[in-house]
Design a protein around this ligand. Structure first.
Ligand SMILES: Cc1cc2nc3c(=O)[nH]c(=O)nc-3n(C[C@H](O)[C@H](O)[C@H](O)COP(=O)(O)OP(=O)(O)OC[C@H]3O[C@@H](n4cnc5c(N)ncnc54)[C@H](O)[C@@H]3O)c2cc1C
Length: 393
């Protein structure tokens, strides 16, 4: 089959979005729905995208993807963002579970799970972090003990994004406590409706509850739900986390930051910052930082195009993104002054200006940036040792 050029790919997607993206998918319309209705609407949108083969575009064609090239992936995100199209609600399953499922799963597992990941029939969450194992994930204690044809799982996970809506969990558990740390860990695919699984949402300071504590009490997981080899879960987790920090992530961060910057500059103008020399300086500094961030992304993308994998330099991007992503709403809040304290949990229209609410919500949400996908301290450690070649402290 002849290869589709990036421009043909872009045009095809633009045309498809023009026909399928309905007004009720606009961010403000979605924000006015309650949590369950929003997820339900987004599941239907994902099913529609899957029917057009516009989800999992990096997956091989055999499993429902398009085997998209890196320029096509960039075009995809640019077009989706320009159209204001919501991303797939099952993006964790598509982006983080999908590649290891295809690489390590047996044919039966791929047939059973892959299509349903793309259509959004199954939403996935990731049970990696535990109360005593976050940055040091290899110290995890959740156990999975063989009993007949099952594993019996006991333990607790935390910060599990989407677990309250998820149908399945990609779980890391210790299957051999006699082996050192990462060596005795396996990856299990756990049905969230299994007896003994309980989910407790954690409310964030935005008022929303996106992630959860998940408890496993004598949960029986059939042996056929072991992904990859017994005690071979670490390689799978590592590849899953690399996908989390992969190319789409880089491009997405760049797009999000540009949008946030444009909103901020608009707010700064409205609030008279252009006549205040101090505020003008602050706005200019943030604008420049966002530009520099874009250039750093371009350099990483160039490397990806040439070598296929992001290097440890990806940590520079994560760290820089965190700084800019936190700095912008901080400035935005200083523009709002006391009004910045009037935050309401998103929901039905509160009568306040949307741009201001978005700024306040962004300010609260941005705190997570220095923790999620590797904390800033861990990023600094990687840069010090693997990029600068400094000795371990
Ligand atoms: C928005 C969000 C979504 C998340 N979603 C998920 C999810 O779906 N599934 C999941 O499993 N997890 C998820 N997490 C958890 C995330 O992976 C962990 O929070 C992260 O790995 C940090 O672990 P921790 O919270 O246990 O902090 P810790 O690792 O305990 O760190 C505490 C502090 O110590 C510092 N520190 C730790 N080790 C070092 C070191 N070696 N050198 C220097 N400083 C160090 C850290 O930087 C941090 O400041 C999510 C987190 C966030 C914020």
């Amino acid at each position: 089959m002849p290869e589709t050029s990036t421009e043909e790919f872009r045009a095809e997607l633009r045309e498809w979005l023009g026909r399928h993206l309905s007004p009720d998918l606009a961010p403000e319309r979605l924000a006015s729905l309650d949590d369950a209705s929003r997820v339900e609407r987004l599941r239907r949108w994902q099913a529609e995208m899957a029917a057009g083969r516009w989800v999992g575009i990096t997956w091989p064609e055999q499993w429902g993807g398009r085997g998209a090239t890196i320029p096509q992936q960039i075009a995809y995100l640019e077009e989706m963002s320009a159209a204001g199209a919501p991303t797939a609600v099952g993006s964790l399953g598509i982006g983080i579970l999908g590649p290891p499922l295809i690489a390590y799963g047996n044919d039966e597992q791929k047939r059973r799970f892959a299509r349903r990941v793309l259509t959004g029939e199954d939403l996935w969450c990731f049970g990696f972090s535990e109360p005593g194992a976050g940055s040091d994930l290899a110290s995890l204690r959740t156990s999975a003990v063989r009993e007949g044809d099952d594993f019996v799982v006991n333990g607790q996970k935390v910060w599990t994004t989407l677990a309250h809506h998820a149908d399945w969990c990609m779980l890391l558990a210790r299957t051999d406590p006699s082996k050192p740390r990462a060596k005795g860990v396996s990856c299990l695919l756990v049905d969230m409706r299994s007896p003994g699984v309980s989910v407790r949402p954690l409310r964030q300071m935005t008022g929303e509850a996106d992630f959860n504590e998940v408890f496993f009490e004598n949960v029986r997981v059939p042996r056929e739900n072991l992904l990859g080899d017994l005690d071979g879960g670490w390689a799978i987790a590592t590849s899953a986390l690399q996908n989390e920090r992969g190319i789409l992530y880089v491009v997405e961060m760049q797009i999000q930051l540009k949008q946030a910057r444009d909103r901020l500059i608009e707010l700064a103008r409205e609030r008279g910052a252009s006549t205040d020399p101090l505020r003008r300086q602050q706005a200019a500094r943030l604008w420049i930082e966002a530009e520099v961030f874009g250039l750093t992304c371009r350099r990483t993308l160039d490397k990806l195009l040439r070598m296929g994998m992001p290097g440890p330099e990806a940590s520079i991007i994560k760290l820089h993104w965190t700084d800019v992503t936190q700095g912008m709403p901080e400035f935005g809040m200083s523009l709002l002054g006391c009004e910045g304290l009037l935050y309401d949990t998103p929901g039905p229209d509160t009568g306040r200006a949307r741009a201001e609410e978005a700024m306040q919500r962004g300010f609260l949400q941005a705190r997570a940036a220095s923790i999620a996908s590797g904390t800033s301290e861990i990023m600094r450690g990687i840069i010090a040792m693997q990029v600068l070649g400094l000795p371990r402290g």
